[in-house]
Design a protein around this ligand. Sequence first.
Ligand SMILES: [Zn+2]
Length: 499
Amino acid sequence: MTRLVSRTNSPHQSGSSEKQLRIYNSLSKRKEQFVPLEPGKVRMYTCGLTVNYLMHIGHARTYIFWDVVERFLRYLDYEVTHVSNVTDISVDDNILKRVKASDQAFQQLVTRYTQDYYHDRHLLGVADPYTYAIATQHIQEMIELVQRLLDKGFAYEAKDGVYFRINVYPEYGKLAGIDPDALRIGAGGRIDMDEYDKESVGDFVLWKRAKPGEPFWHSPWGPGRPGWHIECSAMSAKYLGQTLDISGGGEDNIFPHHENSIAQSEAANGTTYVRYWMHVRHLQLGDEKMSKSTGNFLTVREALEQYNVAALRLFLLSTHYRKPLMFKDTAIQQSQRQLDRFRQVLSRLQAIKEGKVKLSQAEKQILGSIKETKQSFESALLDDFNTGRAINHLIRFVNLIHSFLDTQNNITTETVQELLAFFESVGSVLFGDLYTREIQLKADPVVSKLVELLLQEREQYRHQQQYQQADRIRTILSELGFEITDTKSGTQWWIKSKS
Ligand SMILES: [Zn+2]
């Protein structure tokens, strides 16, 4: 649950030719070189959860991905300010429906699910953003923005609320590739106009007047609540300014949410709202996409009853974020095996004591491979955050070190330190807070001492050919969660994975 702190003292390298980040922009529909508005700084806003239920693993894919984006930008020495919202009113009628269906009061329900949301993010190793922008705490900013849109003629007041008028904003539809004419009345729109008081089908609500029994806030247009889209435009401007470098969410957010956010912000401010739009594809469960509205979903908590959290995170990053991903047991098992191997290699490295002084030829090759792997890892992520490719490079290297440790009699302390530092820097980008919590498992010094003593005993027994006794020690250690292997360079041990 750490908050990422900007490293402002290290040189900003993103300008160097070998580290050019390219991002697929959902607005231009092509990969573009990433150039932030202000050199060295990134203003990032992501759409968080509507807190009407627990987070499902489709959401987890998106939030874990943003975590990797933020961490990799910091890895490149950008100073990142990341703001993410919590939709705790929404005007989201679904919250109101759920309130009606349960006995809980509105505030109790959203408070509970907001806490659950933070908790589940921490479980997944996702860092807290610079700010969680809570919608109900920014009603005043939303009212001011709606007023500005009314003053500029982009909005109008109707009987049941205030609406954005899309036909006076000519760029409407540019993100989703939608023809605004198709949304107008008489053009076969799907929306039943009897339900609304708006002028045109495509117009969307900025402020909704409250019906009896609904939660409300006072406004110049009477008691009511803001429309869903207005919160992101108002809150992102408050914390990050009128133009953001990166923004996005799940692909479902493209239309109408982000299309409407662009219209509101750009109409009100007269300037570009977001320079790079990014959208994560959905997660597929069975034959359908995972979605709260259809009921086809698995919560993060349910998934964690079956799978280790680091294995789940690795699996969710195993496919590039713009490709659909199928939630499959066999694929998660494979991630689990990769994870076990990674932990094993780290423990073996940590257990190596002072090595010999002379650098062997094989060891020199390993040092060269660190450099190559670092480059491949970086170039994968620089290419529109291709996490799947980055993971493949990392795992290939983990396997190489595993075989290397099997065959080497000795290894210098410098190489061990260099390997551990490398694994930590790339592992922390992919695994986030889980790297120290779940991957680089370190035994308590007293425990290590006891394990070492037992292993010396075992060695004595083996020396005296009392194999039964020696095996008994091995069994005891195994039952306590320590794995033992005998290699050319002596007996090594590590903490077994928790599954
Ligand atoms: Zn949003």
